[in-house]
Design a protein around this ligand. Structure first.
Ligand code: CU
Length: 109
C-alpha cells in the first residue's frame, strides 16, 4: 500500500513537471498585429508568412489610415482596427494617408 502511494506521488510529480515544462516553452511570436501609437506604426517592420492577416489598431487620439498600394483602410479613430490578409509574397510599404511621414512595411515570405 505504501509503495502504491509512492508510485502515485512519483507519477504525479512527473505529470506536474511535464505541465510546467510545457508552459515555459516560448510561444511562437504572433507578429501580425501593429499598433498605431504616437504618430508611428509599431512595429514599423514586420515579417509574416503568406496568408497571414495583419491587424492595425489605432491607439492614438488622432485619426490615422493604413494606405498601401494593395490595401487602404478607412479613417481609423482611436480604438478602431483594420485588417488585411497578405496572400502574395513581397515587401509591402505603406503609410498613413493623413500623415505621409508615417511610413512602415510588411514583409511577406
Ligand atoms: Cu496618421
Amino acid at each position: 500500500m505504501k509503495n502504491t502511494w509512492l508510485i502515485a506521488v512519483i507519477i504525479l510529480s512527473i505529470a506536474i513537471s511535464g505541465c510546467t515544462a510545457q508552459k515555459t516553452q516560448p510561444q511562437p511570436a504572433t507578429a501580425n498585429t501593429i499598433d498605431i501609437v504616437d504618430f508611428a506604426f509599431n512595429p514599423d517592420t514586420i515579417t509574416v508568412a503568406k496568408g497571414t492577416t495583419v491587424t492595425w489598431t489605432n491607439k492614438d487620439s488622432a485619426q490615422h489610415t493604413v494606405k498601401g498600394t494593395a490595401f487602404t483602410s478607412e479613417t481609423l479613430s482611436q480604438g478602431q482596427s483594420y485588417s488585411y490578409t497578405f496572400n502574395e509574397a513581397g515587401t509591402f510599404e505603406y503609410q498613413c494617408g493623413i500623415h505621409p511621414s508615417m511610413r512602415a512595411k510588411v514583409i511577406v515570405n
